[in-house]
Write a protein that binds this ligand. Structure first.
Ligand code: NI
Length: 140
């Protein structure tokens, strides 16, 4: 019996959408207001979905305390109240929420061993959300 578990977390961070590989004018056209030199903030809501067989004795896919502990330490403590542009992960990648989803997915994929990681979904605003479920495709 396989089940899915989704848990929601919140953190706040700032970012500026700007690519060092493009001239300033092109950045301004592509990213519009999000290219504002001083950046802007979001209250991100992350949803982490894991799956696995339901344990016969506990009735659970994994212990929520294990998932919470891992996400708190490896994700929330790292990203909360940060300027995403300043983090090593985004030294060569524009900190869009597509990219943030992939970065957080990779952290979980590498370090969380209590259940199978299915996907990471991030709500950037009330009106948009992004999901990443693995896969290395990048459009060039
Ligand atoms: Ni933004």
């Amino acid at each position: 019996m396989k089940a899915y578990l989704t848990r929601r977390y919140m953190f706040s961070a700032s970012h500026r959408l700007h690519s060092g590989a493009m001239p300033d004018e092109e950045n301004a056209v592509i990213y519009g207001k999000c290219n504002n030199p001083y950046g802007h903030g979001h209250n991100y809501a992350i949803e982490v979905t894991v799956s696995g067989p339901v344990d016969e004795s506990t009735g659970m896919v994994c212990n929520l305390a294990d998932l919470d502990g891992f996400v708190r330490h490896a994700v929330l403590d790292r990203f909360d109240r940060q300027n995403l542009n300043m983090l090593a992960e985004f030294a060569a990648m524009v900190p869009t929420t597509e990219a943030l989803s992939a970065v957080i997915y990779d952290i979980l994929q590498r370090g969380f061993s209590h259940a199978h990681l299915e996907k990471v979904r991030i709500e950037e605003t009330m009106m948009n959300s992004f999901e990443y479920a693995g896969g290395a495709e990048m459009r060039r």
